[in-house]
Design a protein around this ligand. Structure first.
Ligand code: ACO
Length: 315
């Protein structure tokens, strides 16, 4: 006991849509290659919108849907690798923008695409320790800022956006039973920072990440099911990090998950890293496909190399 449930979710993506055909005008690629290899058809990229504005809009929607006021929030975590400034953190900027209480922990968390999952677990620990009732966890990225527009193997994959969840802690709630880990590798996926004076691009060995992901996702599912004593049939919905449709398809096939129990929106957003899972959650809640009592298994992986899974219920 001592756990969190998700009460409300929200998302915000930039207005500008970039299609595969748009990208084919700047790098040697095609709509056909991108769709068949990744499932991505378009993604949203910031033009005027800032990282802070995406975070604030997603968080406001989550608060509204949860029926929770900013003054009730007991902690704020923003999972991101693309905040506008390292200091102040995106979470501190959000505290100011939303008028969150002053006496709560607010900080950014870097676990690449697993950031939202690690953020949920961290928030559960924080709220359990403080016995505050509500927490705000945001995943937000402006990845278009750190892409190498001459590298066709990476620039086609990523999109910008933010997703947010307001969670409720109660000593009667089950823990989300997060299973988190790292297979340390500093070469497969890199975004150098300070060492390059701040001007750096994301590089990735896609094949190696793919291989890692197809092992990590089932490992996350198995661990969470084992820890919670649940079976695939006990889970109402499976939410996967949206990095490649083929990775999701392989997991779905392995566990014989029926189509009404999982969701893909990678065709619309590409890989939004830490924002991908909360964006899915907010679409599912908006569509009424997850509601109070729904038990959702989250599975993600990313740079680090990080991996994580959790079973979270909606309040
Ligand atoms: N358009 C056309 N051709 C391309 C493109 C492109 N955009 N990109 C690569 N190619 C070419 C390659 O040059 C290669 O050509 P060659 O055979 O002549 O050398 C060929 O296509 C095959 O390339 P592969 O890299 O082997 O393609 P693959 O089928 O592995 O697909 C992809 C690449 C889509 C990147 C895949 O490996 C993948 O999805 N990996 C996982 C990536 C991922 O999940 N990243 C997110 C990590 S999370 C985070 O924290 C950011």
């Amino acid at each position: 006991m001592n756990g969190i449930r998700i009460r409300g979710t929200g998302r915000c993506v930039p207005e500008r849509t970039v299609t595969n055909s748009d990208l084919a005008k700047i790098v040697d690629t095609s709509d056909e290659w991108i769709t068949t290899r990744t499932g991505i058809e378009r993604r949203h990229h910031c033009t005027g919108e800032t990282h802070g504005a995406l975070c604030a809009a997603a968080a406001r929607r989550a608060l509204e849907r949860a029926g929770v006021g900013p003054e009730e929030i007991g902690g704020c975590i923003v999972a991101t690798v693309t905040g506008e400034t390292l200091v102040p953190s995106a979470a501190c900027a959000l505290q100011k923008e939303l008028g969150l209480p002053e006496d709560i922990p607010c900080f950014d968390l870097n676990a690449a695409c697993t950031g939202f999952l690690m953020g949920l677990h961290t928030m559960e620990c924080l709220l359990t320790a403080s016995r505050r009732r509500y927490g705000l966890v945001v995943g937000a990225e402006v990845l278009s800022r750190i892409l190498d527009w001459t590298d066709r193997s990476t620039c086609i994959l990523f999109g910008d956006g933010a997703g947010a969840a307001v969670v409720e802690w109660n000593e009667e709630f089950d823990s989300i039973s997060a299973e988190l880990g790292v297979r340390g590798d500093d070469q497969v996926l890199r975004l150098p920072g300070v060492e390059t004076g701040g001007h750096s691009y994301l590089t990735m060995d896609g094949k190696k990440v793919f291989k890692f992901a197809v092992e990590a996702v089932p490992e996350c599912i198995d661990r969470v099911l084992r820890r919670t004593g649940k079976a695939v049939e006990d889970v109402d919905f499976f939410v996967f990090h949206q990095a490649n449709a083929r990775i999701i398809d392989l997991a779905v096939r392995k566990y014989r998950i029926p189509p009404e129990k999982y969701y893909k929106n990678i065709q619309e957003y590409g890989n939004t890293s830490a924002a991908s899972i909360p964006i899915v959650l907010s679409e599912l809640q908006e569509q009424g496909r997850v509601r109070s009592g729904s038990r959702v298994l989250l599975a993600g992986f990313g740079g680090g190399l990080t991996w994580g899974g959790a079973l979270v219920e909606f309040a």
